[in-house]
Design a protein. Structure first.
Lengths: 245, 54, 254
């Protein structure tokens, strides 16, 4: 029974319809969570003992950084699925992820620099976490560049899938770099298996933002996925209905 | 209120950070919708070229 | 004279030999793949030595890049000595990238790569052989040239062995990582910038550890630790890169 559902995910018309129907279920909760998280983080949360109001950048920096890693992992998994089982829809998912991930990696780097200047005294430092996050941005750009350089969609799908899988080794390096090397960047305070070390009034808005951004990614992915699925479809029948509405 | 905008002196860092992130969010929405519209247009054109249009 | 005429004709025989190996020994328990890999390696080396002019290009480029820094920054040897590891490695990386474009280009053009893919031999091993040839033609000469560049940057002669070893080991990793990008961008026109964009992120760890090792060689410190890390990256590359390159070549040839 569950396997029928899984097989249907390989069918482009089914996926297109599902994506259309699911988008609001991701978009509206995302909006509510982000707005709520912004309110909680900017207004309700008290200033930090050490960093004052400057710490509030965490409410945009941490979700952006989380997005950059999570989106790449999703992209790599989708790419691997498409490569191994030759499922076009999986390649469409991977292609949809890249621009989203790249933009939030950029946001993570910029917001991190803006946080670093008042807190550490420098906008940039070549320490492992920042450097590997920058590498991640180049991986996204390389992925998108490779896709753009290959005209044949099928070759572009498969070649960029190899690239995505090879690059996924960078993700654990970024996450664990702060523990493996002595780094300027603080040790993880939320994404650890032990209890987080933050106060609840500060933590709750952060969790809301993290979840909100994740759902936002889902919504944008679903919109992009529809376009990518259309681009890979040749047969006329189901497309005709879509296009005429 | 002015304290909110001043962010305890960190305004010049906090607000641009929020602005960049907001820009990323808006950009993603606009970009995705435009990509979908373009894909639909391309599909319509492909069908029309084959004479199977709606 | 057509470039697909006599220069390559003599070694097309070898490509045929690789395919013949698999038919002659099909059904036996022996592993003709090592012979096939050896044939691919010698073929690449032979072909490269026929175009000696092209062999020198990466080395000349490396020499010019290292020359840029004293002219652009400062001719003071004390300052140059400080930046020497970075200069050497940046030059080595760029020169290696330059040579990578030629790794698969000719073989893809004249159909040899397709022969490799169809030959029934392990494409992974053949990719490893080609990458080994690339290192012997680019990385190893760079490692031998690096001391000269280092001396011109004010580095003392005692550092020379350490420099040669660190660049030699690191350039193996660079060749391996680069082969993946070269295979992915096969046939794309003017792929130089894209190839760099794909290769650089993955080769930055090599750059970091390699520069550390060279830095320690210059300052006379113990360079065993970064050298071991570099060697670990090489081992990782040797196991994974030819596999990825083979997959990429198959995709590019489809």
């Amino acid at each position: 029974m569950t396997w029928t559902w899984f097989h249907r995910l390989g069918s482009p018309p089914y996926v297109y319809g599902l994506a259309t129907r699911l988008t609001p279920w991701f978009a509206w909760p995302a909006a509510l969570l982000i707005i709520g998280g912004l309110w909680g983080g900017l207004v309700l949360a008290p200033p930090d003992y050490q960093q004052g109001d400057g710490f509030r950048i965490i409410y945009v920096h941490a979700p952006s950084a989380w997005m950059s890693l999570m989106v790449y992992t999703t992209m790599a998994i989708a790419a691997a699925v498409g490569l191994i089982w030759r499922i076009k829809v999986a390649h469409a998912v991977a292609a949809s992820c890249a621009p989203i991930g790249a933009s939030f990696t950029f946001a993570a780097l910029v917001t991190g620099a803006l946080w670093g200047e008042p807190m550490w005294g420098t906008y940039w430092e070549w320490d492992p976490r920042l450097t590997s996050e920058l590498i991640l941005l180049f991986l996204y750009l390389g992925y998108m560049g490779l896709r753009a350089g290959l005209e044949d969609t099928q070759r572009a799908d498969r070649a960029s899938a190899v690239l995505a899988v090879v690059g996924v080794v960078n993700v654990p390096i970024i996450h664990y770099s702060v523990t493996w090397w002595n780094s300027l960047h603080q040790a993880p305070s939320v994404m650890r298996l032990a209890k987080p070390t933050m106060a609840a009034s500060m933590l709750v808005p952060l969790l809301m933002m993290l979840l909100g951004f994740t759902l936002f990614f889902g919504a944008v992915l679903l919109v992009r996925l529809r376009g990518e699925v259309l681009n890979r479809e040749r047969s006329a029948s189901w497309i005709r209905e879509i296009v005429s509405t | 209120m002015s304290h909110f905008f001043g962010m305890g002196g960190y305004a010049v860092f906090v607000w641009p950070a929020y602005a960049v992130t907001l820009a990323a969010i808006v950009l993603n929405i606009v970009w995705a919708r435009r990509a979908l519209a373009r894909a639909r247009e391309d599909a319509r054109r492909r069908l029309a070229m084959r004479g199977e249009g709606p | 004279m057509s470039r697909f005429g006599s220069p390559a004709a003599g070694v097309v025989v070898q490509a045929g030999a690789i395919t013949r190996q698999s038919t002659v020994w099909a059904g036996s328990h022996q592993a003709p793949i090592l012979d096939a890999a050896r044939l691919a390696l010698t073929r690449d080396l032979q072909l490269a030595f026929r175009k000696r002019g092209q062999l020198v290009q990466p080395l000349a480029f490396f020499a010019m890049v290292t020359m840029l820094f004293p002219l652009a920054i400062s001719p003071e040897l004390a300052r140059l000595r400080e930046i020497a590891p970075g200069v050497l490695w940046a030059g080595a990386l760029l020169a290696s990238l330059l040579a990578l474009e030629f790794l698969f280009r000719d073989d893809a053009y004249d159909g040899t790569l397709e022969q490799y893919a169809l030959s029934g031999q392990s494409l992974t091993w053949l990719m490893f052989a080609k990458t080994a040839a690339h290192w012997l033609l680019t990385g190893l000469p760079l490692a031998l040239m690096a001391p000269l560049a280092a001396l011109s940057l004010g580095v003392s002669a005692a550092a020379v062995p350490g420099i040669v070893v660190s660049v030699a080991v690191g350039s193996v990793a660079l060749s391996l990582i680069g082969s993946i990008g070269a295979a992915l961008t096969l046939g794309i026109k003017r792929s130089g910038a894209l190839l760099s964009l794909l290769t650089l992120p993955l080769s930055l760890p090599v750059l970091i550890f390699g520069a550390r090792a060279t830095q320690l060689a210059i300052s006379g410190g113990p360079l065993l630790a970064p050298l071991e890390l570099l060697a670990a990256l090489v081992v990782l590359g040797v196991t994974l890169a030819p596999l990825a390159a083979a997959a990429a070549v198959r995709i590019s040839l489809e």
